[in-house]
Design a protein around this ligand. Structure first.
Ligand code: RIB
Ligand code: CA
Length: 330
């Protein structure tokens, strides 16, 4: 019997965060000790309400939700409601049966849990404000961290907030810089690296109308929920990039955590630009110009069929064996 992996998910739900939570909540390998919310796609209070919606829909209301940073460390807060809707849930009117209130102080929860649970891992799906604040307060709490997965950044792929910057690191560049700098200071053979799940791989994960139709055929209730949740996001992708479908970034970070064989990449020193035209850019030193210790594993390849097989089987509660990806219906 495999031991469940204790994790905290830090997120800014957000449509793709919500899908990532659905994947994590349907994965028995994970022991989700708590979900912490950070300001990002939407203000943290709104994001917390979206977490409650997902916990109720998936039947995991017992998992505690904590409210985190309401603003970035230094940069004025810029949301992504244009992408995720004013409610951060694609303006899909899903109402929880009862009003829930998040527990206060996500950063305190992160530190308490790091100090009490050996081999804790963190999956960060939003700006790194909560994580940076936790490091500022008690860096030693991260001494026994098992893994740290961050959806964010980009290596060779263009940005989505500027020509060179991805939203999570662009929204709070100072937080991202401080987190990458911390992992640089800790860098040695035994300490984990930031597993950076950036746009280079997440852009390959395109949820299409065909996939949505397939999901509804296999499980009408869940497929319809996902279709309603992503409609706004699909419209955004058509209006901005003339893409049919929507790039679901955050579920890949969870899938990578569950199955490290899914993706591959390079170990490198990475730093984050915090000002000027390149603000928020993740600068990946793949050629080791700076001769600095590598603090990150930057993912550059993803086995998309394997991802969809895992994603569909977990969200729809079906065996991977009946997912038809090779020449079948997908
Ligand atoms: O750039 C994409 C990332 O920013 C995703 O995590 C999305 O949810 C937003 O947080
Ligand atoms: Ca996110």
């Amino acid at each position: 019997m495999n031991v469940k992996q204790p994790i905290i998910i830090d997120c800014d739900p957000g449509i793709d965060d919500s899908l990532a939570l659905m994947l994590a909540l349907n994965s028995p390998e994970l022991d989700i000790l708590g979900i912490t919310v950070v300001c990002g796609n939407v203000p943290a209070q709104i994001g917390a309400q979206n977490v409650f919606k997902i916990l109720e829909f998936t039947g995991h209301e017992n998992i505690p939700v904590f409210l985190g940073s309401q603003t970035p460390l230094q940069k004025p807060y810029i949301d992504a409601m244009d992408t995720h809707g004013k409610d951060g849930f694609g303006e899909f009117e899903y109402f929880c049966k009862q009003k829930k209130t998040p527990k206060p102080d996500a950063v305190e929860f992160i530190l308490e849990t790091l100090n009490s649970i050996p081999k804790l891992s963190i999956i960060a799906l939003g700006p790194l404000t909560n994580i940076a604040q936790a490091i500022r307060i008690d860096p030693n709490a991260f001494s026994h961290l098992d893994r740290f997965v961050s959806m964010g950044g980009n290596f060779r792929s263009h940005g989505n907030c500027s020509p060179v910057a991805e939203y999570n690191y662009w929204c709070d560049p100072l937080a991202a810089k401080e987190v990458f700098s911390f992992f640089e200071q800790k860098a040695d053979a035994s300490y984990p690296k930031i597993e950076m799940v950036g746009l280079d791989v997440t852009r390959k994960i395109l949820l299409t109308p065909n996939y949505l139709e397939y999901m509804k055929r296999l499980n009408l209730e869940i497929g319809s929920f996902v279709e309603n949740l992503t409609r706004f996001y699909i419209d955004f992708h058509w209006n901005v990039e003339h893409l049919i479908g929507c790039v679901i970034n955050d579920p890949l970070a969870v899938a990578h955590f569950l199955c490290p064989k899914l993706c591959s990449g390079i170990e490198a020193f990475t730093d984050i630009a915090v000002e000027g035209i390149c603000e928020g850019q993740s600068v990946v030193d793949s050629m080791n110009f700076y001769k600095k210790p590598s603090n990150s594993l930057v993912l550059t390849y993803v086995d998309t069929k394997h991802f969809w097989s895992l994603f569909f089987s977990r969200l729809l509660h079906i065996s991977e064996s009946i997912i038809l990806l090779d020449g079948g219906s997908l």
